[in-house]
Design a binder for this molecule. Sequence first.
Ligand code: C5P
Length: 370
Amino acid sequence: MIVTSVTVRVPAKINLQLAVGPLRPDGYHDLVTVFHAISLFDQISVAPAAADGVTVSGEDAAQVPAGNDNLALKAVAALRAAIPRRGAGTRGLASRGAAPDDTPGVAVTISKRIPVAAGLAGGSADAAAALVACNELWGAGLSQQELCEVAAGVGSDVAFAVLGGTAVGRGRGERLTRALVPPATYHWVLAFADGHLSTSEVYGTLDRLRTLPAPGGRPPRMGDSRPPYPPAPGAPGASGARGAAAASGGAPASGHAAESAATAPELSTQLMAALRAGDPRRLGRSLSNDLQAPAISMFPALRKTLAAGREFGALGALVSGSGPTCFFLARGASHATDLAVALSGAGVCRSVARATGPAPGATVIGPQAP
Ligand code: C5P
C-alpha cells in the first residue's frame, strides 16, 4: 500500500510533580518530574510535499510559528537527519525508508486543541506527533525508544509525548522511566488562563526568587515554608514533602526531601505511593510544582483560580508546568463535571475542560491509501 498521508493523535501533559534543581551551565535546569498524559489531544497529519511546510488550525493557531521555528518542522528535520545515521553500515537508508526523491519534503497539518504556551507541552506534543507520523510515512521503522532519542534533541518534553502514560522524567525532563503503577483513571479539570507564560521566563523568575534572602537572612532553599516572595496558594515553591502538603492546602510538612532538593531534586515518595495505591485523595495531597510560585508571581490571577478549585472540592490543585493553565483533581467523573461547571461560573479563567489520565502517547490513527 502506498501511504499518502498519516494522521497521529497526541496528548497534552501535566506534571504531577515538578522539582527543579539549580540552573546548569547550558541554560537548563536538572529536573525530577512526574509527567502524566491527559485526554486533551492535538491531531497532526503529514503528507509528501516538494518542501517542508506547516499549516495550523484550531485553538491558538495564530500563536503557533508557521515557519522553520515550528517545533514540528524541527522534529521532521531531526528525524530525517537520524535515519541515515541509524542506517549506516550494513543497512542502508533505503532499507530504513526515506522520503522519495521527487517529494523530499513533508506537508504538516496541525489541528490544535491544546492551548499554546500554557504549560501543557502543546508544541512538544506536535513535535512528537510529527516524529511518529513521519516514521510511519517514510517506513523508517524506528522503535519507540529510538524515536524518544530523536525527540530528546528537539525539546525537553517531546520524548514524553511520544511515550505517554505516566512517567518519571530526569535530566532536562527527557530521560524517561515509565512509572510502574497499576491501571487507574484519574479525572482532571483544566482551567485555561486568559494569557500565556514563556517557559524560559518562568524558569528565570524561579532562579531570581531563589537568590532573594529568606526570612532568616540566608538565601532561600527549596522547601522553605515561608518564602520571601508571595507564596503560591498552598505551594510555597517547594518540592517534596513540604510542597506536596502545602499544595493541597494542608500545613507544610517537615522532612528532608525538600531541603536536599536545593541541590538535587528528588522524586516524591509520597506521590509515587499514591500512584501505586491508585488513591486519588492521596494523589491530590501529593501534587507539587516548583514553578508554581514564579508562575503566580508573573500571573497573580492564578492564585484565585487555584483557590476557587479547592473551594469547589478539588482533591488537589496545581499550576501545570510553567503555567498559566491550572489543573484540579476531581473525585470522579461526575465531580469533574460539577467542578468544571463551578469553575466556569466563577469567572476565574478563560475556559475549562475535562480530561482523564493517563492517556497514551502519540498514536497513529489513520494512514490513508489513495
Ligand atoms: O527544552 P525546551 O525548548 O522545551 O525548553 C524551553 C526553555 O525552558 C529552555 O530554553 C529553558 O529556558 C527552560 N528549561 C529549563 N530547564 C529544563 C527545561 C526547560 O531551564 N529542564
